[in-house]
Design a binder for this molecule. Sequence first.
Ligand code: NAP
Length: 249
Amino acid sequence: MRQLLPPRTDPGAPVDLDVAYAVAVPDPGRHHVRVNFVTSVDGAAEVGGRSGALGGVGDREIFQRLRWLCDVILVGSGTARAENYGAVKVPPERQAAREAAGQAPVPPVAVVSGRLTLDPTARLFTSDGPRPIVVTCENAPADRRAALAGVADVVTAGTDTVDTRAAVEALAARGLTRVLCEGGPSLHADLAVAGLIDELCLTISPLVAGPDRTHITAGRQWTDTEQLDLAHVLEQDGTLFLRYRHPHR
Ligand SMILES: NC(=O)c1ccc[n+]([C@@H]2O[C@H](COP(=O)([O-])OP(=O)(O)OC[C@H]3O[C@@H](n4cnc5c(N)ncnc54)[C@H](OP(=O)(O)O)[C@@H]3O)[C@@H](O)[C@H]2O)c1
């Protein structure tokens, strides 16, 4: 992997992903929300309903590294289901480094679902790892909430749908201030509309996926565009790894 931007004095030097993707601990009462997506060059976020065909070796490496750096992984129920989420895997030496830095050895997964369409026997709730978190709303079906409370910590944020700001604040109140959102497009759009996103990490794979694919935002009407600042560009095997920051956060 090489760094294209910002330019380096030694362009061939290996890229230290811990440095390239470092996030400072947020100030008390604050949080940092990073979103990570992979797309084709024509903007597809899925092929055949999953993202796996889009990512290569470098994308998987960065995907994993971002997980090792965060306090919690936030996903919508559609992504948790489509990608068959399980507990996060962190190697022992990284777990030790996380603990030394005051983090839990393994970040939990928090799934956002208003209707609680999650199966309590799904891999996410049965694989070894930290207890998952389900983020839902007051008017979620009581029977499903009760079933999920047996396998996850259930957090309520919002009335008819999940209020994403209240959700991120509830996670921060648990000490989970560095949030890595792995999608999907609907949750991403909700976070963006709420003005919660601090940065977007985007992998662009050298593939054309064709028309009528899901993009990285979905399900929301947009009234304006949002400007981002480009922080870096990395490259490997024709795949670009872009880190964008929100200029005002
Ligand atoms: N390319 C990539 O990097 C990438 C990353 C992630 C996902 N994907 C792809 O995206 C597709 C899934 O898209 P998606 O839009 O369905 O995913 P999603 O955003 O993960 O899930 C949508 C679901 O999340 C819940 N949700 C999200 N925001 C909510 C809110 N504010 N309040 C209440 N519930 C909320 C709802 O669940 P309930 O219906 O349970 O209430 C909603 O139906 C898959 O094909 C997946 O492979 C691609």
